[in-house]
Ligand binder design. Structure first.
Ligand code: ACO
Length: 371
């Protein structure tokens, strides 16, 4: 038996949801650049779940279904109020609340495709409400109920702040959601597929995926990037900070990628958004620091920014709390997880690889008094 550390380069399934070929990312054959410039997040969800862009009626049906399903059970709100707010990270809170959500869905264990599609809508609609409700509860505020007349992106920002967002914020947030929606067999998507391949339910698959996304080598990197920017504090401090970190062989968050070796196609969109938004907020230093970090890390190590690097200054500029960056990643990526879960169910086989044994040779049991 031979092993590949971290399953690098291993093709573990077929999928038509998204592809990364020669550093080009597509969702169901549509280039991410095209979608980022033109598509709404609602259209992107439809595309991922159905393999085609929706016509007007199909889009309206999905948009209405998402709006209708956005409320969360009062029990989940009460449960969130009992979380230890001074200790709990929002990703842990969201993971727990999403798991609980399954307890309140009578269809949770129904495995018919239509039931699973209904659950997909419920999860996609309710996760933003969970994230924003948690954010408000921990600030001692009441959750803001979802509005049915706002787009998905606008409604999220509205539920977070209680104020209707302006078009610039909505468009930027919509684009960020589109860019994060799916990414082939990344760690959290693989986790979701492994989970449901046992024929476990959709809620379990999404809960497992949230757990995998939480880690700093995956979705957690965007929050870590912002922590680094805050620690550096000023453009003049970038050079000594980054050089010292590289000398100490520390990882610079937001750089490197398992699959892209010549650049993450999503990063350029977020870089541009970061430039624009920091100009608008008058806090250009976050963009300027990021550019300087990129120059040094790319120059010294040949590593390029990934999706998480510029999304940090984008979300900061939208006034979003730093520990909500990764939950926002989940708000978007749940669309991709759900597409992969539906695909896994449609052609399922248990995912059960092997491990090469490297433990001690065969030994005999020794009674406890002889050890
Ligand atoms: N900073 C400094 N050095 C790095 C970085 C980095 N961000 N990323 C990789 N390297 C170095 C490694 O130290 C290693 O060097 P070595 O060969 O001298 O030991 C080499 O590049 C290869 O790196 P690996 O960690 O083996 O690459 P792997 O494919 O396993 O990991 C990963 C990819 C996890 C993304 C890695 O680049 C990393 O940790 N980046 C920082 C965290 C991050 O930004 N994660 C978000 C990824 S995108 C996403 O999940 C949404």
């Amino acid at each position: 038996m031979s092993t590949t550390r971290g399953l690098e380069g291993i093709v573990a399934t077929t999928s038509s949801v998204s592809s990364i070929i020669d550093s080009v990312l597509t969702y169901q054959g549509y280039d991410i650049d095209d979608l980022a410039d033109h598509a709404s997040f609602e259209e992107t969800i439809y595309l991922l779940w159905n393999g085609k862009l929706p016509n007007e009626n199909e889009l309206q049906d999905l948009t209405e279904a998402l709006a209708r399903n956005a409320e969360i059970p009062q029990e989940i709100i009460e449960q969130m109020k009992s979380y230890p707010m001074d200790k709990v990270h929002p990703m842990a809170a969201v993971r727990t609340a999403v798991s609980s959500l399954g307890l309140f869905d009578e269809e949770a264990d129904l495995m018919e495709e239509e039931a699973n599609r209904r659950k997909a809508i419920k999860l996609q609609a309710k996760i933003p409400t969970i994230v924003t409700a948690f954010s408000r509860i921990r600030e001692g505020k009441e959750p803001v109920s979802p509005r049915q007349d706002l787009s998905f992106a606008a409604n999220f920002l509205y539920m977070l702040t209680g104020k209707e967002p302006d078009d610039i914020a909505v468009n930027a947030f919509n684009k960020a959601l589109v860019l994060h929606a799916d990414h082939e067999l990344n760690a959290s998507t693989f986790t979701a597929r492994v989970c449901v391949a046992t024929l476990s339910d959709v809620y379990s698959g999404i809960t497992a995926a949230i757990g995998a996304l939480k880690g700093p080598l995956h979705g957690g990197a965007n929050e870590a990037v912002m922590a680094m920017l805050m620690e550096i504090g000023d453009v003049d401090n970038v050079e000594p900070y980054i050089r010292k970190a590289l000398d100490n062989k520390e990882k610079i968050m937001g750089f490197g990628h398992r699959v892209y070796k010549d650049g993450d196609p999503r990063a350029k969109h977020l870089r541009e958004m970061s430039k624009r938004l920091t100009e608008i907020t008058g806090e250009k230093k976050w963009y300027e620091m990021s550019v300087k970090i990129e120059e040094i890390v790319t120059g010294e190590k040949g590593l390029l920014p990934n999706v998480d690097f510029y999304s940090a200054s984008v979300y900061h500029s939208l006034g979003i709390k730093h520990d909500l960056f990764t939950p926002i990643f989940a708000v978007s990526r749940v669309s991709g997880w759900l597409a992969h879960i539906l695909e896994q169910y449609s052609n399922n086989r248990l995912i059960r690889p092997r491990a090469e044994y490297v433990g001690p040779d065969k030994r005999s049991y020794i009674p406890i008094d002889k050890r």
